[in-house]
Unconditional design. Structure first.
Lengths: 263, 306, 306, 263
């Protein structure tokens, strides 16, 4: 965990309203532990927006880290305007990672929208390690996708409007992807409705699942108690001082799907 | 080098830059990011008699130059504080001020009594009176002079350590509450706690804070904090600790000129947990530039037109 | 096209976007820059019984996402208002709400009585009760339930026009003051006036406002305004006009969801005197996008977690 | 008076901490009435800084207007960063002008710091109209000046530290400039101490003087009552509704020196 002045190396639109930014950040890259971790970006120095913005790490390559982001409001808008060479104040790496069991299993990686980054990151890590993985990405329509639907390569796309890949939410695509999969474990990140659907699906089919959840963050480091998610059970984590809520910034963002209540 | 040392009651602090309750956890969380030993003092998160879960999310939201929070006093409770935190503080050089919250006079007293039973290097207690008093129909302690004086009087009897009453700005006359706390025997007063505020998501028509209202903090409230400190300064003789929207040494000097002997940095810690340390360095330079030898000569020295 | 019309008491307005007292002069100054005929209403600068010079400079200063002002109710006095302004309003299509200030009950009453004597197209009076009451030792009318109710009762007897009491946020319980004004017979309440604040120039150690305190306005106070409106909405049955930090149609919807039937735009006019008109256009689009036919169906409909 | 989106044409440092910006602003240029008038600049769209910033018009040339500015705080800092081609939201022209009597006289134009713009502007207008004028510019030290001390051309510089021109405040330089001047009238703009000194000097020597004053402005158009200056006498101006204070944005910024009390 460090505050570091990173340097933007590349910042470009990769799909409808979706941007990818690469930056050199040696300290953060060095401390990085795996997919699921995130950074807190100080988008601009003015105190009009006092808080940093959390962004998952989408890839780490040597000294360089990448994020993939969607424009939501003013800070993500300003992010799109940053040119290569710009200094960017970041804090990270923060949070936990998707867990990687040594047992044989197939990682079913499910992502959509602002949740693409950790999922693509995990896909990269699986591929690099020779771990079997299938990728399932959801979007509303085809222009929001930036890779191709290739079931033969274990890449399944879903679109709400059916313009690319499998029509519907990610669930039918997950079902499809599971056809040739043994010992699947779902690792998912995305908007709340998607996570909820994945949670229900995993529970109904008794498939183990890890989900990376989002919450509004004040500090990212455990000193504001702002970022809680509700737990199902009472496994007290040190950081949240209580049984009902967990601090997403330290205990998360990745949880066993069965342990948390979304929304 | 300017002399940054200050004294509140009988306690010496190496500088007037403290971190505010609820914005620095229990003080040890960010030691990896910040040189916490440099801070004048750490005011720890409000502790209650029993552990509290806190409120459901969403608990925080950004607003123009500020933020709202409604954490709901989530905390480990005094027993765990004594068992887990106080031993950690033994090794710290930074003075610790323990912030206490409660819903009855008894509750505040019990927390303080239990803490007094153990040896610790806690230098003082800051009492968060922006809490609903269940014995007074849920009215906050801090909005009523009598409730404030009674509570202060009871706590005063239980400790010789620094007793700081933390005032709420959500009142008609904050100076009167300050006077009541002084009468009750407080050594010092800190102000301000957060302002009551609200924020609404117009797309889903929901409040951005689960239970509706939250506490407004950050630079947006700095003018309110300064006015409160200045008003209280005119009314009492005990030292004040200024709080609200501080992000720079210049902000610190504004509070000092308004009447504060020390300050607490709050929301700004979320952006940079090391900001307190940066402000201390900046303050040193600023005082030298202005040829001011020490902070105390400056307290309350703002000039008004007449 | 959404239906922007609203009704307050028995008065119809073509839309809920008014401009706030003290931020639009007497309404005619900026006709070169703004299409003032489009506005729901213009609330004119506080008028007192006799002309007032106002306070010495500096009277204003910027703060984070806001500003402080201490104009000191500089105004031409009611006699000049009647002689010079009211005739101008005859030609205007925009409804005028006259804002009145005073330092005794009698003074408010005299201003209103004198205005009632002449024919005019003033549709209502907004009563600024954030003024020191000389008969109550300088305590502000707006901080006391009894003073507020008494004043409202007296004014109510003098006019059949819309009577709007404008509430101050610098109180422990704004809803209680609202209830007092309702009891006194007010048709509507507007909230909020400015928050008491301060700003200090650390270089010359002077207050940036001549007499020290000023009124804080602008986006910084929007969360406070929203919380106040929501609290008052729970407590009274008369319509509310929301004020504080409004710069966009989204802000307007926040206030409406919190409980406001209409809003007043203040500080934002200084940046762009035509901003009210822009907000009206933006609001129309926003309501269409959200499939909302009219504003009233939205009032107070914020959902809180439970 | 108009709100106009101007286009920055040039923006450069002309002396120590002093910048000059040219912008095309056809509407403002068209309505412009003379030296002394100013514009209100919306430096950035964020509401962190709700108020525009007042800047005197330093020159008008066809569609183009110029300002000369000093960096004081955040907004003037941001101004320095604007590149040619940037759109800039301005409101103007505002305020009154230095009065131009038809009688024969010598305009003694005195300026310093943030008050250079209207004075240089007036100098240009005098020169163009064949009106006799001398220029007296003050600064703390030589690097703050960007033109040369040429008494033979009626250009007198003053520096507090004597590094250029006449040592001291502008007063000794004014005295010098008056040596060969008939029927002088002083027209001045600058920091408060300078204006005060000029006021006293003009009164003591019974030289008529006009001064352009500064005050903190909310709106620039008469709707906030924030920008007052204290009057000496009770000549009621319509705009200020009272005898004691005058609205600088409408009644000013230019006043007869004897009519206002500075500071
Ligand atoms: C652990 C984590 C990882 C994330 N990873 C990514 C990612 O890889 N790519 C991506 O596009 N987005 C990611 N997000 C979401 C991203 O942080 C928000 O979209 C961003 O903060 C919006 O900022 P804004 O100023 O543009 O929008 P705003 O106008 O401020 O708000 C728009 C919405 O963004 C969210 N938001 C705003 N501020 C915060 C904050 N401080 N903390 C959390 N949410 C906030 C709120 O839900 C809000 O409704 C992540 C969030 C979390 C918590
Ligand atoms: C009629 C008039 C004409 C001016 N012409 C020029 C000019 O030609 N060149 C030039 O360099 N400066 C000029 N100024 C001063 C200029 O407006 C300020 O320097 C500028 O506003 C500073 O903004 P900032 O954000 O950089 O500084 P800030 O950090 O906001 O403040 C620094 C100082 O600037 C002044 N200031 C800030 N905001 C305002 C405001 N809204 N109105 C008035 N003063 C303010 C205050 O005195 C303050 O102490 C003029 C001022 C007026 C009133
Ligand atoms: C998220 C958050 C939690 C807080 N929790 C507490 C608390 O537990 N006890 C307390 O006395 N004050 C609490 N405060 C108030 C701060 O100590 C401080 O008074 C306030 O935030 C104003 O200072 P600032 O503007 O610098 O943040 C909290 C503030 C924030 C933002
Ligand atoms: C410079 C200034 C002058 C004001 N004068 C008055 C006044 O004369 N009477 C009044 O009732 N309110 C006055 N107000 C308060 C506004 O009407 C409004 O309640 C307040 O500014 C909050 O709204 P805003 O945040 O949109 O500005 C004034 C506000 C400002 C900024
Ligand atoms: S974001 Fe502050 S505790 Fe998690
Ligand atoms: S600046 Fe607003 S009245 Fe002059």
């Amino acid at each position: 965990m460090k505050i570091e002045i990173a340097t933007v190396m590349e910042n470009k639109l990769i799909a409808s309203n979706l941007w990818k930014m690469k930056m050199t950040a040696p300290d953060v890259a060095e401390q990085y532990k795996g997919a699921g971790q995130f950074i807190q970006i100080l988008v601009q120095s003015s105190w009009e927006s006092p808080l940093r913005r959390p962004m998952s790490i989408a890839a780490v390559d040597g000294d360089e880290i990448a994020i993939i982001y969607k424009v939501f409001g003013r800070m993500t808008q300003i992010l799109t305007e940053l040119k290569a060479g710009t200094a960017l104040d970041i804090l990270g790496p923060l949070g936990n990672t998707f867990r990687w069991d040594d047992n044989e299993f197939t990682a079913v990686l499910v992502g959509g929208g602002v949740g693409l980054a950790p999922v693509l990151n995990m896909y990269g890590e699986c591929t690099a390690a020779g771990q079997e993985a299938v990728l399932v990405l959801g979007a509303r329509t085809s222009v929001e996708h930036f890779i191709d639907h290739k079931p033969q390569n274990n890449v399944f796309l879903a679109t709400d409007d059916g313009t690319t890949g499998i029509a519907g939410t990610v669930i039918p695509a997950i079902v499809k992807s599971l056809e040739n999969t043994s010992k699947p474990e779902i690792l998912a990140c995305g908007p709340e409705p998607m996570l909820k659907a994945v949670q229900e699906f995993a529970a109904a089919h008794q498939i183990p699942a890890q989900i990376s959840v989002e919450s509004y963050m004040g500090c990212g480091v455990g000193i504001c108690q702002g970022c809680v998610v509700k737990r199902v059970n009472g496994n007290v984590a040190e950081h949240s001082y209580h049984e009902k809520y967990s601090l997403v910034c330290i205990d998360g963002p990745v949880y066993q799907s069965k342990d948390v209540i979304i929304g | 080098m300017a002399d940054l040392r200050i004294k509140i009651g009988s306690v010496d602090f190496k500088n007037p830059i403290f971190v505010a309750s609820g914005t620095y956890g229990y003080g040890t969380e960010v030691s990896e990011l910040a040189d916490i030993t440099v801070l004048g003092a750490i005011v720890t998160k409000s502790v209650t008699r029993y552990p509290r879960e806190g409120n459901p999310p969403p608990r925080i939201v950004e607003t123009p130059s500020g933020m709202l929070n409604s954490i709901g006093l989530a905390n480990i409770g005094v027993e765990a504080y004594i068992k887990k935190m106080i031993p950690l503080y033994e090794e710290l050089k930074t003075p610790i001020i323990m912030n206490i919250a409660g819903s009855t006079d008894d509750e505040y007293c019990e927390v303080l009594e239990l803490t007094e039973l153990v040896s610790s290097n806690i230098v003082g207690y800051e009492i968060n009176i922006s809490c609903p008093n269940v014995n007074a129909g849920g009215m906050e302690f801090g909005v009523d002079c009598d409730l404030t004086e009674q509570l202060t009087t009871r706590l005063r009897k239980l400790t010789d350590r620094l007793l700081i009453m933390k005032l709420s700005p959500n009142v008609t006359d904050i100076a009167a509450i300050g006077v009541a706390a002084e009468k009750g025997g407080a050594d010092a007063l800190s102000a301000i706690n957060t302002l009551v505020g609200m924020s609404i998501n117009t797309t889903n028509k929901k409040s951005n804070i689960h239970y509706g209202y939250g506490g407004l903090s950050g630079p947006a409230i700095k003018p309110v904090g300064l006015a409160c400190v200045h008003k209280i300064y005119q009314a009492v003789d005990i030292p004040l600790i200024g709080i609200g929207g501080i992000t720079s040494a210049d902000d610190v000097l504004e509070y000092v000129l308004a009447g504060a002997a020390a300050v607490e940095v709050g929301t700004a810690n979320y952006r940079d947990p090391n900001i307190g340390t940066s402000i201390i360095v900046e303050l040193d330079t600023l005082l030298d530039q202005n040829d001011i030898g020490s902070v105390p000569e400056f307290v309350g020295k703002v000039e008004l037109g007449s």
